[in-house]
Structures are given as structure tokens and as C-alpha cells.
Ligand binder design. Structure first.
Ligand SMILES: [Zn+2]
Length: 354
């Protein structure tokens, strides 16, 4: 009887594998992301300096803070318009995040690509071109495992999409963001991934041509592992001026994930939430989550060895450290437990026979 109980006990240990290992699927939820997309659209068109964009900024900030992130406003003025980039960091062990995820949260002031000339002066809603990238960043802020959050900085760029209207340039917010980076901080950022038009129903990514090939390959191979070859197409796209460019210009490895060829409703009044899909958002968010978790595991020696170099010791004391056990796969773990259990059983039976 005692042997039976012991066997049951060992079996229960054997088959209890930590949740994060048995469930290798991402926690990113497309429904949650889609809710953030719809909410942004409800504010209406969100060009730089507008009241709608202020409301949207408050919405993003409030949600991120509710998830426990610190949000900093980075103010700048461009052609007399007050603009704001939002920078979100995980409060524990913050400041040295090696992966930067970005998206623009402003929308184009004019639908100048609309087939109907009478609509070309109207502002766009930007469900895909604006809200989709932001929605994914917001859901990642909730879904990312807490022990990898400090590896990530989330940046919401203002003033990306007003290029060639009233003398405006493109990518103004990201240009400002990169200008204020210290040389030290530039070295810390290993990867910058930009999300732009990532929620379309018929989502297709070609390989954007300015992007860093190594980083692009990493993302494409994760997507391949997850069976998303039909979305992450292995074919060249175009050279696109987007918020990743200022980062590339200072030597930071960067990637633009952008729907290409551009969807038919790009920069028209038809860029509305009905063209977007929960599934597309979930696919992109899931790939990014897997990438970040993988990066964190790769960097265990770096994060544990460099803690003494950091200036804010209080932060490092409170910080959740990645345990080296993360490096062991579930099978290895089960094997170890099985060996330990066998030894224990042998000793127990020897004792019982005495
Ligand atoms: Zn645009």
C-alpha cells in the first residue's frame, strides 16, 4: 500500500511540469488587441496636435499603467505643433531594455490616396495605419511574462504620418526619439522592431529592404516555426521610409514589419476597423512574444553577470531574475525528476525490507 502511494506521489511529480513549459503557445490574445484597436478608432482621426490624439494618448497611458508599466512623455514641437512620444518601461530593473518595440499612434491628416477626390482632404481613421501597431504593443504589455518585461521598451511615436502635407516631413517622432538617445543607450539597444499596418484582414509581410537582415531572419524563422509562411512571405518588398530608419542611421539593428504591397485602403477614408482582424493581430503579437521570450533566455548570462554594474542597486535587488532552470527543457527536467524518483524508490524499498 505504501509502495502504491509512493508510486502515485512520484507519478504526480513526474507529470507536473511548470505551466510555461507545457504551454509553449504565446499568451497574446487577439481579442484584447482588437479591443484596443477599436477603442482608438472611437476617438476619431488622430493627427498630431489634435484633441483626439490627446484622448488616445491618455487611453494608452492609463492602460499601460494599469498593467504596471511606467510611462514617460517625451515632448517636442514641430512646425509649431506640440507632439509627444510615449515611452513605456517595466519599473523593475528598467533602463537597460535591449529590445525596443515601436509603433506610431498618430494618423494621417488627409486621405490623399482616396480614389474619390472629394474625400482627399478628410483625415483618416487609421484603424490599420496607426491603431493596429499600438494595439499589439498594448496587448504585449499585458501578455508578456513578467520576467521578460524589463528587457523590452515600448515606444509610441507621434508625427509619423503627416509627410508631404503642409510642409511636414515623415517619421518626425522617431527622428526626435533617436536624437535624444545617449551613446551608451544606443549600445544597449540590440534590436528595434517597428509595427506598422499589422492588423489587416488580408495581412501579408514582404521583407522590407532597409531592415536588418539578421533580425528579419530571426522573426521570419519564428513565424515559419509557427506555420505563418502565408503571412511572412519570403520575398523582397520595397525600401520604405518608416520609423525604423532613424535607428538604422545610428547603427541599431532594426526591422520594419509592414503590410506590403500596401492594402488597397491605405491612406483612404476606408482604413477602418472592419478591414482589421483579431487573427492577424494575434499572429503578429504571438510571433513577437516568442521572439522576446527567446531573446530573454539567450541573454541569461548577460542579465545575471551585469547586475553589479548597474547604478540603481535597489532596482536590481527587487528585480525578478531569470532562473538558470529556464535553460532546461521540459524533457530534461522530467528526466532529472525520474532519476531522483528511482533512487528514492530504491532506497525506500531497501529500508522497507529491513
Ligand atoms: Zn501611413
Amino acid at each position: 500500500m505504501r509502495t502504491l502511494l509512493l508510486v502515485l506521489l512520484i507519478a504526480s511529480i513526474l507529470f507536473h511540469v511548470p505551466e510555461t513549459w507545457t504551454d509553449s503557445r504565446p499568451l497574446f490574445n487577439g481579442n484584447e488587441a482588437y479591443t484596443h484597436l477599436v477603442q482608438q478608432c472611437k476617438f476619431g482621426p488622430r493627427p498630431p496636435g489634435s484633441a483626439n490624439l490627446n484622448l488616445c494618448r491618455d487611453y494608452i497611458t492609463n492602460r499601460l499603467e494599469a498593467f504596471g508599466w511606467n510611462v514617460v512623455f517625451q515632448h517636442f514641437t514641430y512646425r509649431g505643433v506640440r507632439c509627444v512620444n510615449l515611452v513605456a518601461r517595466w519599473p523593475l530593473r528598467g533602463g537597460d531594455a535591449s529590445v525596443l518595440l515601436g509603433a506610431h499612434y498618430d494618423t494621417r491628416p488627409k486621405a490623399d490616396n482616396d480614389p474619390n477626390p472629394t474625400y482627399r482632404d478628410r483625415p483618416i481613421i487609421g484603424a490599420n495605419d496607426g491603431a493596429s501597431g499600438v494595439a499589439i504593443l498594448m496587448e504585449l504589455a499585458r501578455a508578456l511574462p513578467t520576467d521578460v518585461r524589463s528587457d523590452v521598451e515600448l515606444v509610441f511615436f507621434d508625427a509619423e504620418d503627416s509627410g508631404m502635407i503642409n510642409g511636414w516631413d515623415w517619421i518626425v517622432g522617431s527622428t526626435h526619439y533617436v536624437k535624444q538617445l545617449s551613446t551608451e543607450r544606443m549600445k544597449e539597444i540590440r534590436s528595434m522592431i517597428l509595427l506598422d499596418m499589422v492588423g489587416g484582414e488580408d495581412l501579408r509581410f514582404s521583407r522590407e529592404l532597409y531592415s536588418s537582415k539578421t533580425l528579419q531572419d530571426k522573426i521570419w524563422s519564428i513565424a515559419h516555426e509557427m506555420d505563418y509562411d502565408h503571412i511572412f512571405l519570403d520575398k523582397p518588398g520595397a525600401y520604405i521610409i518608416d520609423d525604423h530608419r532613424p535607428f538604422l542611421d545610428v547603427g541599431i539593428e532594426s526591422l520594419d514589419l509592414i503590410h506590403y504591397p500596401m492594402p488597397w485602403y491605405w491612406h483612404t477614408i476606408e482604413d477602418t476597423q472592419d478591414k482589421c482582424s483579431r487573427t492577424s493581430l494575434e499572429i503578429v503579437g504571438g510571433v513577437l512574444e516568442m521572439f522576446i521570450v527567446g531573446q530573454a533566455v539567450d541573454h541569461i548570462p548577460k542579465t545575471t553577470s551585469s547586475t553589479s554594474e548597474r547604478t540603481n542597486t535597489n532596482d536590481t535587488e527587487n528585480s525578478p531574475q531569470l532562473s538558470p532552470i529556464h535553460g532546461l527543457g521540459p524533457i530534461m527536467f522530467q528526466l532529472l525528476v525520474a532519476v531522483a524518483a528511482c533512487v528514492f524508490l530504491a532506497v525506500f524499498q531497501a529500508e522497507a525490507k529491513r
